[in-house]
Design a protein around this ligand. Structure first.
Ligand code: DAT
Ligand code: MG
Length: 137
C-alpha cells in the first residue's frame, strides 16, 4: 500500500512566496499531492501536532510562529514518502542543512528562539496517520 505523509509549508515559506517552489520539488521527486489546503492554524491544532515538544524551551515560540500566518498543509503520497520527504527537507537547522535540500537551499537562521525552517514532514507512519487526522480530519 502506498505510504502517506503530512507536509506543512510553514508560515515563513508561505510569507516568502516559496510555496510553489516547495511543492514543485515534491512533485519533481515523483510524489503526488493527494490533499492540499491553505489554512491558519489554531493553538489547539498546534498543541496536538507538536505534543511531543511540550515543555521544551522552543515550544511556545514554535506555536506562536506557526500561528503567525497561513500554512499550506498537504497529504503527500508515494512509496517510502515519509523517509523521502524528510530527505528532501534536510536537517532541522537550516544553517547546517545540506545544500540541495529545501531547508539548506531556501532557509537560514534569523536569530530567533525558534528555527524557521520552511517545512514540516511526519517522521514515522504512526506520526503521519496521527498528523493527517489532526489537519484533515
Ligand atoms: P523537525 O521539524 O526537523 O522534525 P523537530 O520535530 O525536532 O524537528 O522540531 C520541530 C520544530 O521545532 C523544528 O522544525 C524547528 C523547531 N525546533 C526544533 N528544535 C529546536 C531548537 N533546538 N531551537 C529552536 N527551534 C527548534
Ligand atoms: Mg519533527
Amino acid at each position: 500500500m502506498t505510504q502517506r505523509t503530512l507536509v506543512l509549508v510553514k508560515p515563513d515559506g508561505v510569507q516568502r512566496g516559496l510555496t510553489g517552489q516547495i511543492l514543485a520539488r515534491i512533485e519533481a521527486k515523483g510524489y503526488s499531492l493527494a490533499e492540499l489546503k491553505h489554512v491558519t492554524a489554531t493553538r489547539e491544532v498546534l498543541e496536538q501536532h507538536y505534543a511531543e515538544h511540550q515543555g521544551k524551551p522552543f515550544f511556545e515560540p514554535l506555536v506562536e510562529f506557526m500561528m503567525s500566518g497561513p500554512v499550506v498543509a498537504a497529504v503527500v503520497e508515494g512509496d517510502r514518502v515519509i523517509e523521502g520527504f524528510r530527505s528532501l527537507a534536510g536537517a532541522t537547522e537550516p544553517t547546517t542543512a545540506a545544500p540541495g535540500t529545501i531547508r539548506g537551499d531556501l532557509g537560514r537562521d534569523w536569530g530567533e528562539k525558534v528555527q524557521k525552517n520552511l517545512v514540516h514532514g511526519s517522521d514515522s507512519p504512526e506520526s503521519a496517520e496521527r498528523e493527517i487526522g489532526i489537519w484533515f480530519g
